[in-house]
Design a protein around this ligand. Structure first.
Ligand SMILES: *[C@@H]1O[C@H](CO)[C@@H](O)[C@H](O)[C@H]1NC(C)=O
Ligand SMILES: *[C@@H]1O[C@H](CO)[C@@H](O)[C@H](O)[C@H]1NC(C)=O
Ligand SMILES: *[C@@H]1O[C@H](CO)[C@@H](O)[C@H](O)[C@H]1NC(C)=O
Ligand SMILES: *[C@@H]1O[C@H](CO)[C@@H](O)[C@H](O)[C@H]1NC(C)=O
Ligand SMILES: *[C@@H]1O[C@H](CO)[C@@H](O)[C@H](O)[C@H]1NC(C)=O
Ligand SMILES: *[C@@H]1O[C@H](CO)[C@@H](O)[C@H](O)[C@H]1NC(C)=O
Ligand SMILES: *[C@@H]1O[C@H](CO)[C@@H](O)[C@H](O)[C@H]1NC(C)=O
Ligand SMILES: *[C@@H]1O[C@H](CO)[C@@H](O)[C@H](O)[C@H]1NC(C)=O
Ligand SMILES: *[C@@H]1O[C@H](CO)[C@@H](O)[C@H](O)[C@H]1NC(C)=O
Length: 438
């Protein structure tokens, strides 16, 4: 089994491969796998204050928590499996090949036992840790409710978080309201708003990645085929090897495949993941569809933070997806690139849209409403995305707003008038999504 092998990290590369630098030697691949990265803090934004002034206190919080690390999706697993079959059938050739140290693991055979779709053990750990940290961060705020999208990995994520947060009896005590909301086309949900938008199509993102794949995969395939002549790897297999890196990490915390790629190749894969999320759940959607979908959640933010109905809870614990978070950022006009991401490259290395820092596994979008006795006047809003302040550039007005990345609740509400002008199934919704039916 592959995990008993010695990995190549630390071994020196041969002279013939002098120009090759495995990714692990140049950077931390964990942080560079887009929405398939294990949980990690987002890179802090230089100059931004991360702690609120001492006279401020947080009086309301909304958490939108992505599920933790999972197995590959059922649609992704065959890429990895087909690669292993091809390698398995070519084992004689591989035994004879002169392989660089970072690919020597192939001589011992690489098989995969990855499952699909559900949470992995590291994913459980991410959520348990988040539950502990969240309780310690906001000990003064309470709720009796957890809301989770009704998909196995999301529900299980909410359970591990709940165990850490409420303790082991929380499933059984009637004091805790553990509710799931269906993820289907019959249920209007701010966790999965695209499911009730008839004209929404995953292919808006998927087609972008297919196009980018024809640009970036062939050179990698060519490089690998030089090292593994007569195995006959295709671009699908190369894609499988990239997935193997990401999903071995998600399942076991380590993968021999990550070392096979250069930094540049991992960057190209990361860009594929950015294109997918941007195209299907972000600014790449046609017309106003991206902001429209995210408006369902933004309206919850506004409604709860303004306590419009008078029954707002001080704390909301909600569990969903990377897609949920990306649609919210899009409705808010955050992480927006002036020039749309080009599907044939070149990659803009300073692009705003970065799924590696926005939506890794177990990503947490934490919204705070706070008030201060003198630093700020009236209720203020702050966003912490993956443990780092995310500046609310669209509504910050004062020097102080800018240095804390915050804005007043009033400015937040007025800048989001596109969202607050929309309701599911109204004329604007129908114009973008087609007739609203459940
Ligand atoms: C995997 O191989 C099967 C059988 O050859 C093929 O039908 C399928 O399209 C392949 N899938 C991928 C993702 O390469
Ligand atoms: C050889 O390829 C076939 C068909 O893809 C696959 O079912 C089989 O498991 C492979 N053999 C090995 C040893 O991987
Ligand atoms: C996920 O786990 C649940 C509960 O064990 C199980 O019923 C379901 O079949 C699993 N799904 C997959 C795809 O393994
Ligand atoms: C909790 O509830 C489950 C099912 O409702 C039951 O099987 C289990 O024994 C209960 N556990 C405790 C500690 O009461
Ligand atoms: C439990 O929470 C859900 C979601 O917030 C809510 O709709 C439902 O009314 C709550 N049930 C009870 C019994 O409080
Ligand atoms: C995706 O590409 C396919 C094949 O080229 C095309 O038929 C389809 O219309 C495209 N879908 C979208 C949403 O762009
Ligand atoms: C919302 O308003 C009600 C009625 O004034 C109040 O009791 C409650 O504490 C408020 N909730 C929040 C989170 O401010
Ligand atoms: C939102 O407010 C701006 C500035 O006041 C205004 O130009 C715009 O028409 C408003 N949009 C909607 C949808 O109400
Ligand atoms: C949106 O579409 C639905 C389904 O056709 C329809 O019932 C509803 O009235 C439409 N909304 C508006 C404002 O036209």
């Amino acid at each position: 089994m592959w995990f008993t092998l010695t990995l190549s990290a630390g071994l020196s590369t041969s002279v013939a491969l002098a120009s090759f630098s495995p990714v692990s030697e140049t950077s931390n691949v964990f942080d560079r796998l887009g929405n398939l990265s294990p949980y990690h803090r987002a890179p802090p934004i230089p100059g931004l204050k991360t702690t609120l002034p001492g006279d401020c206190s947080v009086d309301q919080v909304m958490l939108m928590q992505r599920h933790g690390s999972r197995w590959p999706l059922a649609s992704e697993l065959p890429f990895i499996q087909n690669l292993t079959y091809k390698l398995g059938n070519a084992s004689d050739v591989i035994q004879k090949a002169r392989l660089p140290p970072n690919m020597a693991f192939l001589k011992d055979g690489y098989v995969t036992e990855l499952g699909h779709d559900n949470l992995t053990a590291p994913g459980r750990k991410e959520l348990f840790t988040h539950g502990v940290n969240f309780l310690l961060e906001y000990p003064h705020l309470h709720t009796d409710t957890i809301l989770a999208g009704a998909q196995d990995r999301v529900i299980e994520s909410a359970q591990w978080f709940g165990l850490a947060y409420f303790g082991r009896y929380f499933h059984n005590t009637s004091a805790i309201n553990f509710t799931t909301i269906p993820e289907d086309s019959n249920t209007v949900s701010w966790i999965t708003p695209m499911d009730t938008c008839a004209l929404w199509d995953y292919d808006y993102g998927n087609n972008a990645t297919v196009t980018w794949g024809t640009v970036y995969l062939p050179p990698i395939t060519k490089r690998l085929n030089k090292l593994l002549p007569d195995v006959g790897l295709t671009d699908y297999d190369t894609h499988g090897a990239l997935y193997a890196c990401a999903y071995d990490l998600a399942a076991y915390g380590v993968s021999p495949w990550c070392d096979v790629f250069t930094s540049k190749e991992i960057e190209d894969f990361e860009y594929e993941l950015d294109l997918l999320m941007n195209g299907a759940f972000g600014y790449g959607l046609p017309g106003e569809m991206g902001p429209l979908l995210g408006s369902l959640y933004v309206n919850k933010l506004v409604g709860r933070f303004t306590n419009a109905t008078g029954d707002a809870s001080p704390l909301y614990l909600e569990f969903g997806h990377d897609t949920t978070i990306d649609m919210v950022l899009t409705a808010l006009g955050l992480a927006k690139d002036r020039v749309p991401l080009p599907v044939k490259g070149p990659i803009n290395p300073s692009r705003e849209w970065r799924t590696s820092s926005q939506v890794p596994f177990a990503a947490k979008m934490v919204w705070e409403r706070f008030t201060c006795s003198k630093s700020f006047e009236g209720p203020q809003i702050r966003l912490l995305l993956n443990d780092v302040t995310y500046p609310l550039s669209t509504c910050s007005k004062t020097r102080k707003d800018e240095s804390y990345g915050t804005c007043s609740l009033g400015a937040f509400v007025s800048v989001n008038n596109f969202s607050t002008s929309i309701q599911w199934g109204d004329a604007t919704w129908n114009a973008t999504c087609g007739p609203a039916t459940l």
